[in-house]
Structures are given as structure tokens and as C-alpha cells.
Design a protein around this ligand. Structure first.
Ligand SMILES: C[S@@+](CC[C@H](N)C(=O)[O-])C[C@H]1O[C@@H](n2cnc3c(N)ncnc32)[C@H](O)[C@@H]1O
Length: 342
């Protein structure tokens, strides 16, 4: 079934992107301005020939105008199963610890809490048994700033490892409610939960949903304008250098990878007691990888790193913070955003 409202919003959005009024679009297609207005307000659909004309004029496929996941069908490099509006390139999780994590995420409403915090609305973590998310609150202005930057770049935005926080997506949408964002994660449950929430909250025809592995992105080369990574690659299940190479491959020339990472500097490590250094190396080796070398090796020609925060495990409730407390130490993380241009 064609969602006429979504179709109308797409027609209007692509028209505005071309800087055309309804009357100007109508003149190009040889129809009345009233006909265009009817399409855009979901009162009517154009006939097949006009649809074809419209898709040529907009430079998109007919499917992209008509279907929820038309954009994904155009850029995908392999077939996928579509389940309730989600393009599934990977199977549902089977590992017991991931299934348990997905269950906790659902029952404790992590996604809704993160969404409300991102918008500064009540009902976030402050109203839960866990209390305020201090680091999250502190990072909000930076997230909003980076979200604006991504929205200004525009085009097709792929948010990878979106996770229960939704990556940069909530912040991009605050800058541009009709940003074209593909929300993605290895966990289907994460993607499903976000789709349920966003369908309720925004019902945007410009949001797309994919369960995919960012170490093996199932898209053709040079098909995406921005990749937004809000701490996904640094917490990657898989090979981080492969993830960066894949990001480079699917970005268009001039496209950007925006990557947020927190890591432990060599100086911080050296200041820790020896037993703690060794335990951390064994348990959490990735926290010492700042990914810079891998980013260069992936091919990015311009890389700007901006330090956005310095935080310690004393302020945090994560597994690693608990581990640090069990070792009797405090670990300091340096967090930065890297803007990498292809
Ligand atoms: C710590 S979260 C990242 C933070 C998240 N962007 C946010 O804003 O809350 C890590 C997420 O990345 C996902 N992930 C890890 N490895 C992945 C991979 N290879 N491909 C896709 N998603 C992955 C996990 O499923 C998880 O949801």
C-alpha cells in the first residue's frame, strides 16, 4: 500500500530542494498548480507517466518516491529481507548476552529515555531509578552542534551503530526535521524499537531503517553523503579498520565521516598502577585505540579532531566504570569528534 501522506511529503521536499514553487513544478510537468498541491496534500496521486517525469526531474527512482525503503533498494549492493519497514541485511541476534541486552533495553525503555534527554524533555534518565545521565547531559550542546553541522552537509546520512542512544540522529533531526537519515545497527531490536518510537513521534518519510553490519556495509560504492558514528566504531563488534575502510568506500567524494570516540591516552595509562594497566589491556584493549592511524589508512584525505570532553569512570555507570571501581582506580577518557573528508 502506498502511504499517500509520505508520498506527498516527499514530492514537496524534493521540490523545495530544487528551489521550485508548486506553480514552477506544475509548469515543468505541464499540469496545473492545483494538481501538484493535491499530490502534496495526499488528495491525489499522479498518473504513471507523470510519476516517471517527476522521478526524472528529481533524479530519484520511482520507488524512492512511492516506497518507504525505496532509497535503500536503490543503493543496496545485495538483496535484503524487508520486515515491517526494516531492511534486514543481517539475521536477528542469537547470542544469549545480546538477547539479554536487547530485553533490558526494551523493558527499561532506554530508547525512549535517550530520545527525551536528547530533546531536553521530561521522562528521561533523571526520572528513572538510575537517575540523571550526567555525561550525556553535558555532551548535549556538542551533540546539537555536530547534529547541525551534519544537517547542513545534507544528502543521504547513514547513522551507524545507532544503538539505544540513536547516535547523532536525534540531534540531526532537531536541526532539520526532514533530514534523510538511515538509522542502522547490528541489532534488529535496536532498529525496530527506534522505528516504533519514531513512527509515533515524527512519522517522517525521510527516515530509513536497516539492520546491517558496518564492517561490511551492504551498499554500493559512493552512495552516501555523510556517515554519522556516535561511538559505534570504537565499540565495534568486528574489525574497526574494516569499518573505517567500509565507511570510506560507501561515501561519495566530498562526503564526510563524523566519528565520536572516547579513549584512554598513553599518559593516562602510564599513570595507572601496573596491575590495573595489565587488567585493562586484557579486558578492554579497544579503549587505548584512538583509531587515527586506521582512519588515515582507510584513505581519508582531511581529518580534523576536536576534543569535546574529558570524563572519568567516577562519573559513569557503565561496565568499564564498574571494572575500574573493582580495581580501585579511576580512568580518564578523552572524548573527541573526528571530521573525516573523502
Ligand atoms: C555503545 S553503542 C554506540 C553508541 C550509540 N551510537 C549511541 O548513540 O548510543 C554500540 C552500538 O553499536 C552496535 N554495533 C556494534 N558493532 C556493530 C557492527 N559491526 N555493525 C553495526 N552495529 C554495530 C551495537 O549493536 C550497539 O548498539
Amino acid at each position: 500500500m502506498i502511504n499517500r501522506q509520505h508520498f506527498g511529503k516527499r514530492v514537496a521536499d524534493f521540490r523545495r530542494r530544487l528551489g521550485l514553487s508548486q506553480a514552477e513544478l506544475a509548469a515543468k510537468l505541464g499540469v496545473s498548480a492545483q494538481a501538484v498541491s493535491k499530490w502534496e496534500t495526499a488528495a491525489a496521486l499522479p498518473d504513471v507517466e507523470l510519476l516517471l517525469e517527476l522521478s526524472r526531474l528529481y533524479g530519484v527512482s520511482v520507488n524512492e518516491l512511492l516506497e518507504g525503503n525505496g532509497l535503500l533498494a536503490r543503493i543496496a549492493s545485495r538483496p535484503f529481507q524487508e520486515k515491517e519497514g526494516i531492511a534486514c541485511f543481517v539475521p536477528a541476534a542469537t547470542a544469549p548476552e545480546i538477547i539479554q541486552w536487547e530485553r533490558d533495553m526494551r523493558t527499561e525503555g532506554w530508547i525512549a529515555r535517550n530520545w527525551r534527554d536528547a530533546w531536553g524533555r521530561p521522562g528521561g534518565w533523571a526520572d528513572s531509578k538510575y537517575g540523571r545521565n550526567v555525561i550525556g547531559e553535558r555532551s548535549r550542546p556538542n551533540n546539537l552542534r555536530i547534529g547541525r553541522k551534519i544537517a547542513e552537509h545534507g544528502g543521504v546520512i547513514l547513522d551507524i551503530g545507532s544503538g539505544p542512544g540513536g547516535g547523532y540522529m536525534p540531534f540531526i533531526l532537531q536541526a532539520d526535521p526532514s533530514a534523510q537519515i538511515i538509522l542502522s545497527d547490528l541489532s534488529r531490536t535496536v532498529v525496530e524499537e527506534w522505528k516504533h518510537l519514531l513512527d509515533r513521534e515524527l512519522d517522517s518519510p525521510f527516515l530509513y531503517y536497516a539492520a546491517l553490519d558496518f564492517c561490511d556495509i551492504p551498499f554500493e560504492n559512493c552512495t552516501v553523503d555523510v556517515i554519522a558514528d556516535h561511538g559505534g566504531i570504537i565499540n565495534c563488534i568486528g574489525d574497526q579498520s574494516a569499518a573505517l575502510r567500509e565507511c570510506y568506500r560507501v561515501l561519495k567524494s566530498g562526503g564526510i565521516l563524523v566519528s565520536l570516540n572516547g579513549f584512554v591516552t598513553k599518559e593516562t595509562l602510564a599513570a595507572l598502577p601496573e596491575h590495573a594497566q595489565q587488567a585493562l589491556w586484557e579486558e578492554y584493549p579497544s579503549i587505548f585505540n584512538n583509531l587515527y592511524e586506521d582512519t588515515v589508512l582507510a584513505g581519508f584525505r582531511k581529518i580534523d579532531s576536536i576534543i569535546t570532553d574529558v570524563w572519568t569512570t567516577d562519573e559513569d555507570e557503565s561496565d568499564i566504570a564498574e571494572f575500574a571501581r573493582s580495581l580501585g582506580i579511576t580512568i580518564q577518557f578523552t572524548e573527541y569528534v573526528r571530521l573525516c573528508e573523502k
